[in-house]
Design a protein around this ligand. Structure first.
Ligand code: NDP
Length: 484
């Protein structure tokens, strides 16, 4: 199986190769086979990408918003028309089952292109009367934006970052994670075919150092990163040197609080979606499942039955519900967390081992009960199919414990009591919350974290502020009143 792209990078409207860059082998996580070989961007290529973006951006900013919108909408249609081909490529790049990549990854990306195409012509300033004189404001693009992606939703991330950037008149240089470099190249191809002028969306491959070079380049006005908290800290600090705008979409250890009165089947289903979708490699996952004591036993026994019925296997098979982890590195990390949970006294309910498949980085859907707040499993982001179930007595206790973390990305509440649902959500320190649902992230809704989980928001109207800046213009209508 091969998924070799035309070349490693896409710069100024065309594929570009430079074999002088260090090799990046792309591994299909279900087999461990090398499916493509790419090269990291050399400093010369990074410079070319930034130069192309800088050159193209001025003209693009002067293009009517409806014209920018038309191109983005055309690209969204092309993504949908090629849905199956793109889903398969995403599966090869990430190991996620086609069951997911057909409905979640590129489709969510296409939604973002369509959504921001719709918003582009609505972005306007305001007029502020001053009794004769007045001020008007303009919302202007930032300039050249850098997007840096994580490996868990590579194509969605490329779309979520580039769509608002382009819609509002910016250019972008995007660096995918070196673990999943393929989808962003397809997006660059599609943009060009949809009519986007060359140079506005460029893809350069590489590891952290390539990202680092982009973040500190004087031509860059903004950096949007999706990644872990430690990387976020580094990138935020580097961007601050140049006073650059940032969006930081980072990790989490999000609470999902299930009260006694919740629908059992819905709560179990949501907890599974919140821990096993994409083999648990989702930043907003509800990985601390707080279950009220009255429902705990019923919850765990139903969860065990449903988790053990999950179908693991070949991600390209329509029937497969869960694929492997993205890499051998991630596999080792997740197995380490499972071992630590056992050592620290968590009770294994199901799973807890590598899945009995002959190849690939598969881990069984795993549930630990009787997890306490001090255990590593309750404190650190695992990024694998490992659910920690903690129990609680009172609402106040659940809120206090849910907030006792440096993270603040997401949170969920399951209860039949609507006033309690809103009361609890009102006290949770998380940027993205759900009531009687979990992990649904429509592009219409702002997405992002509080506390160490991030800065800024993607999607929704909120994204306008993060890809534009305000210019305020004072207009004098009378004589200048100078005291000299
Ligand atoms: P990392 O933080 O390891 O990497 C993220 C990206 O940053 C990668 O492209 C990486 O390159 C790059 N990078 C690493 N170091 C630097 C640097 N010094 N300067 C610039 N760029 C750098 O995250 P993962 O790829 O491992 O993704 C998993 C993490 O992402 C999890 O913590 C998860 O929670 C988070 N995430 C957050 C989401 C959100 O929206 N809040 C959504 C999805 C994931 P390379 O990998 O090539 O080294």
């Amino acid at each position: 199986m091969k998924a070799q792209p035309t070349a490693s990078h896409f710069i100024d409207g065309a594929y570009v190769e430079d074999t002088a860059g260090a090799v990046i082998d792309v591994i299909y996580p279900a087999t461990g086979a090398v499916i493509a070989r790419l090269h990291e961007a050399t400093p010369a290529l990074i410079d070319r990408a930034l130069a192309a973006a800088t050159r193209a951006q001025g003209q693009w900013a002067a293009t009517r918003p409806v014209e920018r919108a038309r191109i983005l909408r055309r690209a969204a249609d092309m993504i949908r028309d090629r849905g199956e081909e793109l889903a398969q490529l995403e599966t090869l790049d990430t190991g996620k089952p086609v069951q997911e990549t057909r409905v979640a990854d590129w489709p969510s990306g296409a939604d973002a292109l369509e959504y921001f195409a719709g918003l582009a012509p609505t972005v306007t300033g305001e007029t502020i009367p001053l009794g004769g004189d007045f001020v008007y404001t303009l919302r202007e693009p930032l300039g050249v934006c850098v997007g840096i992606g994580a490996w868990n939703y590579p194509s969605q991330i490329a779309c979520w970052k580039s769509a608002p950037a382009l819609a509002f008149g910016n250019a972008m240089v995007f660096k995918p994670s070196e673990v999943t470099p393929l989808g962003a190249l397809k997006l660059a191809e599609i943009y060009i075919e949809a009519g986007l002028p060359a140079g506005l969306f460029n893809v350069v491959q590489g590891r952290g150092a390539v990202g680092g070079a982009l973040v500190t380049d004087p031509r860059v006005a903004k950096v949007s990163l999706t990644g872990s908290v430690p990387t976020g800290r580094k990138v935020y600090a580097a961007a601050a040197e140049g006073m650059r705008h940032v969006t930081m979409e980072l990790g989490g250890k999000s609470p999902l609080i299930i009260f006694d009165d919740a629908s059992l089947e819905d709560a179990v289903g949501a907890a599974m979606m919140a821990n096993f979708y994409s083999a648990g490699q989702v930043c907003s996952n509800g990985t601390r499942v707080f279950v009220q004591k009255g429902i705990k036993d019923a919850f765990l026994s139903r969860l065990k039955v449903r988790a053990e019925a999950m179908v693991l296997g070949d991600p390209l098979d329509d029937a497969t519900q869960m694929g492997p982890l993205v890499s051998d590195v991630q596999l080792a990390k997740v197995m380490g967390y499972i071992d630590t949970a056992k050592t620290e006294g968590a009770r294994l309910v199901t799973g807890g081992a590598r899945a009995a498949l002959n190849t690939g980085y598969f881990v069984q859907p795993t549930v630990f009960a009787d997890v306490t707040d001090d255990m590593t499993l309750a404190r650190e982001e695992v990024f694998g199919p490992v659910m920690a179930v903690l129990d609680f007595d009172t609402e106040e206790e659940a809120i206090t414990r849910a907030n006792a973390t440096e993270f603040g990305l997401a949170a969920g509440v399951f209860t039949a009591d609507i006033t309690r649902a809103h009361r609890v959500i009102g006290q949770l320190q998380a940027g993205t919350c759900w009531i009687n649902a979990y992990n649904l992230t429509p592009v219409e809704a702002p997405f992002g974290g509080m506390k160490a989980s991030g800065v800024g928001r993607e999607n929704g109207h909120a994204a306008v502020q993060h890809y534009t800046q305000v210019k305020s213009v004072y207009v004098g209508m009378g004589p200048v009143d100078a005291p000299y």
